[in-house]
Design a protein around this ligand. Sequence first.
Ligand SMILES: Nc1ncnc2c1ncn2[C@@H]1O[C@H](COP(=O)(O)OP(=O)(O)OP(=O)(O)O)[C@@H](O)[C@H]1O
Ligand SMILES: [Mg+2]
Length: 451
Amino acid sequence: MFKKTSTSSGYRDPEVLVGLDLGTSKVTVVVAERDGPSGEAQIIGIGQSPSHGIRKGLIVHLDQAVRSVRQAVSDAENMVGLELTDATVSFSGGDVQSVRSKGLITLGRSPRTVMQLDVGRVIESAQANVAVPANQMILHTIPVEYSLDGNSGIDDPLGMTGMRLDIDLESVIVPLATVQNVYNCVDRAGLNVTGFVIKPLASALGAITPEEGMAGVAIVDIGGGTCGVAVFAESRPKHLAVLSVGGDHITNDVASVLKIPIGKAEELKREVDLFADDSQNLSERLEFDHNGRNYSYSLIELTEIVQCRVDELFASLVRGEMGNAGVAMLPAGIVLTGGVSRSAGIDQYLSRTMDMPVRVAPPIDSNRMPPGRNGPEYTCASGIIRYALEQERDPFRYIEQPLDQLKIVRTPGISGGIKPGRRSDADGGGEPRVSGGSIIQSIKDVLKELF
Ligand SMILES: Nc1ncnc2c1ncn2[C@@H]1O[C@H](COP(=O)(O)OP(=O)(O)OP(=O)(O)O)[C@@H](O)[C@H]1O
Ligand SMILES: [Mg+2]
């Protein structure tokens, strides 16, 4: 299940993991190397390129997006000195739904030990209760909580004894077309897709400490075109959502209200202290020349535009998603990440308006990441590696649908035709991981790979 790379000589190195984050502002490729057989992974390189052909997290121009991915891959390859062939891909955008369902199985008339196949069966029973529209598919299956003989709060029922096993399951449902477009894009860029992870899940895994995840926390990743929300409690994701609002909307608001070019609006947004509290002099004037014209505004005009958008995002949308998680309390508050979290003072501002603790989070692995590429806009990318490791450590935590079940169509003539020599049948590239037809089968496959 490791995402493999090969050197130019064709040698495959199973100790290397690759994550690809398809962002609206930038495409990021993160490469990690395992420390040892049981171990953690050390990030050894991060490549990136500006995104083209991706809007609000969705691919809107395939060729441009393919070029951006190739450029980011090549940047990463130059950094680590390996040819990358496979990747786990994070994406968002479109209509992402996080749906809760329940399932149960009886273990027998007298108590007995819960086996791996029982866990697979109870997961399938809950999944059977999820209605998936024909044009959508389940991307993630996430056990949220188990109960044994009515005792709730069981984190891992394996090896425990009982007669009846219940489960609360979270299923992340996404449009088929969105996933197919992402697959085509990455495939045409010359990489084998070995798995997908929805962005808010990767961002959460990349940002929070185990204590925050246990206590209850909302992770909010605000990028260029999207805002990913993940609510964690008891170390499990309770709800995942993608909102189609990001930093680019703030820039557009500033440009259209102040009637200035987008580039200048972006510059102001980054340079001005937009979340100054009342104690600061908001009547100060901002004056600048642009293309021979003189502009003059009070700081308060600018801050109002930005704060209005941020208030709308948090007070209604983010708060709504936090409510959808059904978690009574979030003692660890909000962990804010993504490029927009770089705005000076946004944490104190949100802490006041949302009335809860707010922390701006660089990646939890930032000290293992290259300087200049370890800020909050890289949290999602670094989280992909944590996701892949977590999946390996515990195959029941984040159950990935085998790619063949995702109904992905491999179009002859597209795959591998763009970057000749990158993959060949000899090195096993080109085929998605194929498993049998069920959750149980997919778990068996994962276990087979592990042992
Ligand atoms: N110093 C800063 N102050 C304010 N905003 C910033 C700053 N630096 C970057 N941004 C904003 O962050 C956004 C880009 O964030 P990020 O790199 O996380 O996006 P992305 O991951 O490519 O997009 P997405 O996740 O939405 O698909 C842009 O809107 C940019 O203007
Ligand atoms: Mg992002």
